[in-house]
Design a protein around this ligand. Structure first.
Ligand code: TRP
Length: 462
């Protein structure tokens, strides 16, 4: 006999479409539009993307499905879920995930702040001079604007506070109202804007070089840090290994096809990332920018694309607005598991939990937000990393994959197979072969692959 299904008074997402959009709204965010191009540039293009897709399929999706299973079965957050499953010692998985969420929020909120700054600047015509400048001058002007945004003393911090206030307000308005409605309308609009940018990118002189960079892999560029980063990015972009997808799974209806949902989210997520790449890299090569230029890549290139488009100012405003909204929705999904956990504990009301969480993020986030200042030059633990890099690296490359191993071991080995079968096939209705393949992947491939990447990255395996 499997573990009893849990029912509760919590609201559920009302349809399969909503399950897809809610999970997608967590997946699509700065990971696609900002981090994916930045890392693709830094780690050599197509070979990195190939590696990313490999890990998305064999580690990201299986962990995401494991989380859905655990969430829907127990109808609770990623920590209490393990108690309901009768494995209280595995609550550590949920805690690792929660710490992962917080670490991500510490730096994610600064980048979201930059996006908010760009929304304001494009609305008030801050980029209008770019179109009349020569290529080199426009490029220099665009970099100047970015440096200005990230290096101020007060502004970056105020922007981060603004982002966090928006997150808090939306959450106080409630899961359903906040998340369901927004994502169904906004995701498609963001998609259309990205298509416009990508089409424009492809008409730039650097397009063929960009296509080569993005799609013709040079396997010799792969090394252990590329592989570790590609795996981390797979977790980060799919929001896997943090308990976020467990929380979403806990709101899914009984007839949601978990495997299909995860695959659809992953494909959409990859398409959005590739579109961002197609928009950005042609500009990089046309303007002879350095693909390895790091966090500023998105912010330096997008204004240059729009300066070449009729009504570019309006489109640019819409682009940053939607990116800002996507980033905010992704943040909702990062804060949600922390809040769900704190408020399930009797002592905190949901609203107090929301305020406490956002306040904590603002306090620690203060240290990540000051790119050009003394704070940023502090090297934590002698690791040669700023606060920003530290939180980014530890959460993405380590916490999420480690929790990922535990999530997959839970569904693959510890949960009884009747329960797992029941969740994957929706009580025997769905395809049996999918279950067989998935079970093999989750039991063996996923945990072993993650382990190999870790061992490889610390030089134990060569
Ligand atoms: N996936 C989101 C992005 O690409 C970020 C995100 C939201 C996330 N929720 C998460 C990352 C949970 C890891 C875990 O921007």
């Amino acid at each position: 006999m499997g573990i009893e299904k849990s029912y509760s008074e919590r609201e559920n997402f009302t349809s399969k479409v909503t399950s897809y959009f809610s999970s997608l709204s967590s997946a699509v965010g700065l990971g696609n539009i900002w981090m994916f191009p930045v890392l693709t540039g830094l780690f050599g293009g197509a070979s990195f993307i190939l590696c990313y897709v490999f890990f998305a399929l064999l580690t990201g999706i299986p962990v995401m499905i494991s989380e859905y299973v655990i969430g829907r079965r127990t109808r609770t957050n990623a920590i209490d879920a393990f108690r309901v499953l009768g494995k209280p010692y595995l609550k550590i998985t949920g805690f690792l995930g929660l710490i992962g969420c917080l670490f991500i929020l510490f730096f994610y909120s600064s980048v979201a702040g930059w996006v908010y700054a760009y929304i304001g600047k494009s609305l008030t015509g801050g980029f209008k001079d770019l179109s009349s400048l020569s290529m080199t001058k426009a490029n220099a002007a665009s970099q100047e604007i970015f440096n200005h945004v990230i290096n101020g003393l007060k502004e970056p911090f105020m922007l981060q506070l603004l982002v966090l206030s928006v997150v808090a307000v939306v959450l106080i308005l409630g899961v359903k109202k906040g998340i369901e409605r927004l994502s169904k309308i906004l995701m498609p609009v963001l998609f259309v804007l990205l298509v416009i940018c990508a089409v424009k990118g492809l008409t730039q002189p650097g397009a063929s070089e960009a296509l080569k960079f993005l799609f013709v892999p040079d396997i010799s560029k792969l090394n252990s840090s590329t592989i570790l980063t590609a795996m981390g990015l797979a977790f980060f972009k799919l929001s896997a290994g943090s308990g976020t997808q467990t929380t979403y799974g806990s709101y899914f209806t009984d007839n949601t096809n978990l495997v299909k949902n995860a695959i659809q989210v992953c494909i959409s997520d990859i398409v959005v990332s590739i579109l961002a790449g197609l928009a950005i890299f042609p500009v990089v090569f046309s303007f002879h920018l350095d693909p390895k230029s790091g966090p500023g890549l998105l912010f330096n290139t997008i204004p240059l694309i729009f300066s070449k488009i009729p009504m570019g100012g309006l489109f640019m405003f819409l682009f940053f607005l939607l990116t800002g909204i996507a980033a905010t929705m992704a943040m909702l999904s990062l804060v949600e598991p922390v809040v769900a956990y704190l408020s399930n504990k009797k002592s905190l009301t949901r609203n107090t939990a929301i305020l406490a969480t956002t306040l904590l993020i603002a306090l620690v986030g203060f240290f990540t937000v000051h790119q050009g200042s003394y704070v940023n030059s502090i090297q934590l633990f002698g690791l040669n990393m700023s606060f920003f890099d530290f939180f980014n690296n530890v959460s993405t490359n380590y916490l999420l994959p480690i929790a990922g191993i535990l999530f997959s071991i839970t569904t693959g080995w510890l949960m009884d197979s009747v329960t797992f079968h029941d969740e994957i096939t929706n009580g025997g209705i769905l395809n049996e072969n999918v279950y067989m393949i998935l079970r093999f992947v989750i039991r063996y491939l996923t945990p072993i692959l993650i382990l190999i990447v870790f061992l490889n990255s610390v030089g134990i395996l060569k």
